[in-house]
Ligand binder design. Structure first.
Ligand code: IMP
Ligand code: MG
Length: 191
């Protein structure tokens, strides 16, 4: 592994793509859009897609002024590398039924679209009253499967990003911004 401690992790950064301030402003705007779209007395269940969605979910949840419930789902679609193999696995399922609920999936990033398209079908089969998708980041140029997304934080170019929940090899999730790593960090991979 390239980096051993916190300080070293910051040395792996090539550049910051989205600053902490930009993230916070966008999260507030998305929360306002969600508040406008759901009636005040309507039930709303946010589903956090783990692990990558954990920071976005916690900021979005705190920015939402309306009541809502939370549940968590563990999904694995990647190995240790940086490209999707299209294979999606549920490694931890929801704790509650979705029938009749207004469900909003909270995801870190949509890349090929395989993960969300699988998740969408899987959750629709549980017959929620409504199902919407919210993603912090979107890489439109990488799409292999079409997925309708209701809320998008930022469209980004085809670059592998880390921070604000997103990892490379399970590291860098704790960066408070979205960053691109130096090419040499990936040098040991056969991509
Ligand atoms: P998809 O199935 O190709 O859309 O991939 C979605 C999942 O791949 C996300 O939930 C992330 O876990 C992971 N992913 C895709 N792009 C990136 C990236 O740039 N950085 C970190 N993780 C990524
Ligand atoms: Mg993920």
């Amino acid at each position: 592994m390239m980096s051993q401690n916190h300080q070293d992790l910051y040395q792996d950064i090539d550049h910051i793509l989205i600053s902490e301030e930009q993230l916070q402003q966008r999260v507030a705007a998305i929360a306002a859009a969600i508040e406008a779209d759901y009636a005040e007395d309507e039930d709303l269940l946010l589903i956090c897609v783990l692990k990558g969605g954990y920071i976005f979910l916690s900021d979005l949840s705190r920015a939402l002024k309306r009541p809502h419930h939370l549940d968590f789902m563990g999904i694995s679609s990647y190995g240790g590398g940086t490209t999707s193999r299209g294979a999606v696995q549920i490694i931890m399922d929801l704790k509650q039924p979705l029938a009749g609920r207004n469900v909003l999936i909270v995801e870190d990033i949509i890349d090929s679209g395989h993960t969300l398209s699988y998740l969408r079908q899987n959750l629709l089969a549980r017959q929620p009253a409504s199902l919407k998708i919210c993603t912090l980041l979107n890489k439109p140029s990488r799409r292999e499967v079409d997925v309708a997304v209701d809320y998008i934080g930022f469209d980004i170019p085809d670059e592998f990003v880390v921070g604000y929940g997103l990892d490379f090899d399970e590291l860098y999730r704790n960066f408070p911004f979205i960053a691109v790593l130096k090419p040499e960090v990936f040098a040991h991979l056969n991509l």
